[in-house]
Design a protein around this ligand. Structure first.
Ligand SMILES: Cc1cc2nc3c(=O)[nH]c(=O)nc-3n(C[C@H](O)[C@H](O)[C@H](O)COP(=O)(O)OP(=O)(O)OC[C@H]3O[C@@H](n4cnc5c(N)ncnc54)[C@H](O)[C@@H]3O)c2cc1C
Length: 385
């Protein structure tokens, strides 16, 4: 086992730190949260720095790297910026397209990204009556006599749905009923006639707002389908494992930012004539926070190593997502506790870190659904022969 970074990884971390120190000052972050967006200038700088091309094959103009390095990029970006940003979404979106899309779709998406720096698509998967229970979705496409398709229905909680140029929509083929398991993925430009969005307001992660999306007789053509007809759901499920690992990488980074603040504060804040660091109850908090971060990090990079080596991470990614996201929220909560009254004000960033992290216990599959995924598999794995 080798836990050290390569020279390239060390350089990467240094450049992330430098980038974040320049563009993610507390004042700039507050402005982004208030405006619920990032400036075009920052998006362009990120593009030029090349981070958004990492993990994409060289022949497409990307900078190939393994999953462990992608995890490191994601974690350290969240750590040094102290925010969860939509900037990293391009890599995930491109991976979906490369795996399932046509050559033309991939080429067009890369070209558009390199021009604008905006990730290719947001993901329209959840519906008001179908979040965890995906099979209950009722968005449907129906084929018309002229060979086009009409899309009708509603998606919700679509992160960056009103900001990215396309929405990757998963919808049922022909029949919206629960029994129909045939679903396809469609890349639908935001500007398509019949597509409208309505904002929803998050309690955290406001830098990347989500929205409702309505489809009213939206006309789709065959070349907008991503992957094979009827396979949309299964395709997307496969790539959720990668998404979950990168959610965890962000969660660990933000938890580390909370730890940095709280662990430094204990030497500065005096109570009863002594620094907080002297009290064992406070030391216990630091010990538990550090243990949780280190455990999560070890689980993450082992899971990514398995992915790099072609091993299944079905159980690992679900165990990891539930454990690490819960622990990260707890770390931020304990960091607030260490700051006392100040921790509950907007004078520190801790409330923001906590609220941002809390969303990860729901996004990308809830804690409970992770139990559902891993629990059944564990029972099978340990069953006596
Ligand atoms: C920050 C954030 C970003 C998101 N971004 C997107 C996005 O970009 N695109 C998108 O499509 N969606 C997105 N979502 C939606 C997200 O995927 C869903 O909210 C999530 O899958 C849960 O679905 P639900 O809200 O319908 O909850 P429900 O499925 O109604 O669940 C409610 C509660 O019951 C629990 N529960 C449900 N079924 C079971 C069961 N069988 N056993 C035990 N407990 C159960 C759940 O875990 C949850 O605690 C986002 C959500 C958040 C919070």
């Amino acid at each position: 086992m080798d836990f050290s970074y390569t020279d390239e990884q060390e350089l990467l971390v240094d450049s992330i730190k430098e980038f974040c120190e320049r563009f993610f000052t507390e004042a700039k972050i507050r402005d982004m949260y208030e405006k619920e967006s990032m400036s075009d200038e920052l998006i362009q700088e990120y593009l030029e720095a090349g981070f958004g091309l990492m993990g994409i094959p060289e022949e497409l103009g990307g900078i190939p790297c393994d999953m462990q390095t992608l995890g490191l990029l994601t974690e350290e970006f969240a750590h040094y910026s102290g925010v969860i940003t939509p900037l990293l979404n391009n890599t995930l979106a491109m991976r979906d397209l490369i795996d399932f899309g046509s050559e033309e779709q991939v080429a067009e998406a890369m070209e558009a990204y390199c021009e604008t720096g905006k990730p290719t698509f947001s993901l329209g998967f959840s519906e008001p009556a179908a979040g965890s229970d995906n099979m209950n979705m009722s968005c449907v496409t129906k084929k018309q006599a002229d060979g086009t398709y009409l899309l009708n229905g509603q998606k919700t909680w679509v992160t960056q749905g009103a900001a990215f140029p396309n929405i990757l929509v998963v919808s049922k083929d022909e029949d919206p009923s629960r029994e129909n398991k045939g679903m396809s993925m469609w890349l639908v430009p935001l500007e398509t006639k019949g597509l409208t969005t309505a904002p929803l307001h998050k309690i955290g992660q406001q830098i990347m707002p989500f929205c409702e999306v309505y489809f009213d007789d939206v006309v789709l053509t065959e070349d907008m389908r991503v992957g094979e007809e009827g396979q949309g759901f299964y395709n997307l499920m496969k790539n959720f494992e990668t998404e979950r690992c990168l959610i965890v990488a962000q969660a660990i980074g933000v938890a580390q930012a909370a730890m940095d603040d709280a662990a430094a504060y204990v030497s500065e804040r005096m109570t009863f004539g002594k620094p907080l660091a002297n009290y064992q109850l406070i030391q216990l908090k630091l010990v538990e926070m550090e243990t949780a971060i280190q455990n999560s990090r070890n689980m993450l990079y082992k899971t990514l190593w398995k992915m790099d080596n072609g091993e299944s991470v079905r159980i690992d990614s679900a165990l990891l997502k539930r454990y690490a996201c819960q622990e990260a929220t707890k770390v931020a909560s304990e960091a607030m506790q260490i700051y006392g009254g100040l921790g509950f004000t907007t004078e520190t960033r801790l409330g923001r870190l906590w609220a941002d992290l809390r969303g990860f216990q729901i996004a990308g599959g809830t804690d409970e659904i992770m139990v559902y995924i891993a629990g059944r598999q564990l029972a099978k794995q340990y069953a006596r022969k």
